[in-house]
Design a protein around this ligand. Sequence first.
Ligand code: ATP
Length: 351
Amino acid sequence: MIKLTGLQKIYQGEAGPVKALDDVSLTIEQGEIYGIIGKSGAGKSTLIRCINLLERPTAGQVLVDGQDMTALTESQLRTARKSIGMIFQHFNLLSSRTVLENIAFPLEIAGVSRAEREQKVLPLLDLVGLSDKRDVYPAQLSGGQKQRVGIARALASQPKVLLCDEATSALDPQTTESILALLKDINKKLGLTIVLITHEMHVIKAICDQVAVIEGGHLVETGKVFDVFTKPKSATAREFIKAVINNKLPDALTAVLSEQPVPGGNVVVRLSFFGAATNEPVIAGLIRRFAVDANIISGNIDHLQDTPYGTLLIELSGKTEDVQNALNYLQARDLGTEVIGYVARHAYAAN
Ligand SMILES: Nc1ncnc2c1ncn2[C@@H]1O[C@H](COP(=O)(O)OP(=O)(O)OP(=O)(O)O)[C@@H](O)[C@H]1O
């Protein structure tokens, strides 16, 4: 549905040229929710605005639904933009117009009659849960309700793609959740392709199928959300993931943890389980097979795209050879096994 190839954007800043995007290529399939995450200044806004050519790339190609956006004339571009809706962090509503008039605005500009406008807008009001607010002005709405108006307005021209520019960044966590649920619902009901930019990994985790990590105008990692979360390749992705998957070691453990094996000591191991492996009695199997003890330090199970994902921090004790055999057994199984470090026996747990 969207194919960006070799995208480059150079701004002429006051202190000289600024390369905001450098050789960015990515493909977004029809019906996907595609998240682009990056820190402030990474180039997210520039990238999403290049898709509907609100920002014209310095070089590269932007294909939307097979159409080369960079090759269109201004009038062709206006037509093409009708199939690309957009919502914004600060909603950009017209304060002097009611909810219904705001949503109908793109249709009004397109010359659609009042009766037809109303006919098209009423189902959208229902879709975003604002039927009772049709004659209210934006000032009387909460942030979440304003964004619902923004979403309905973006849908008024029946777009194939919805671009979301930090759409939940101005909202509290609960409202964010309800707006993300609405976006997911729209994606399912209408088969709409959604591209969103964010600096918050929980947004990606909540609704995206695919994710691209951007840093300094470069894409440093792309892939399915599940793959990037469970096997991140870049330091930037790992850093973002830390915010939503709590892998922090207990302070009391960090204080006694050594990077080198401790003679006669224990090994601290982090196990990561994906999908079906979360149901396997791994620890029970380990203790049955080997002369080792496994003390569970911490553990949690979460869901990513409806697939269970769990981590377990354990301390293995026993004779060096038995512990090594147990580690080999774990490493041969379909789970992530990471030796975190070593502790002297009795230094942390009771065994
Ligand atoms: N109009 C402009 N003129 C000059 N430089 C710009 C312009 N717009 C953006 N930049 C620069 O381009 C780089 C990327 O900016 P961009 O707004 O795309 O990043 P971002 O990831 O969206 O950041 P934020 O999350 O803070 O909005 C930054 O270094 C920014 O200062």
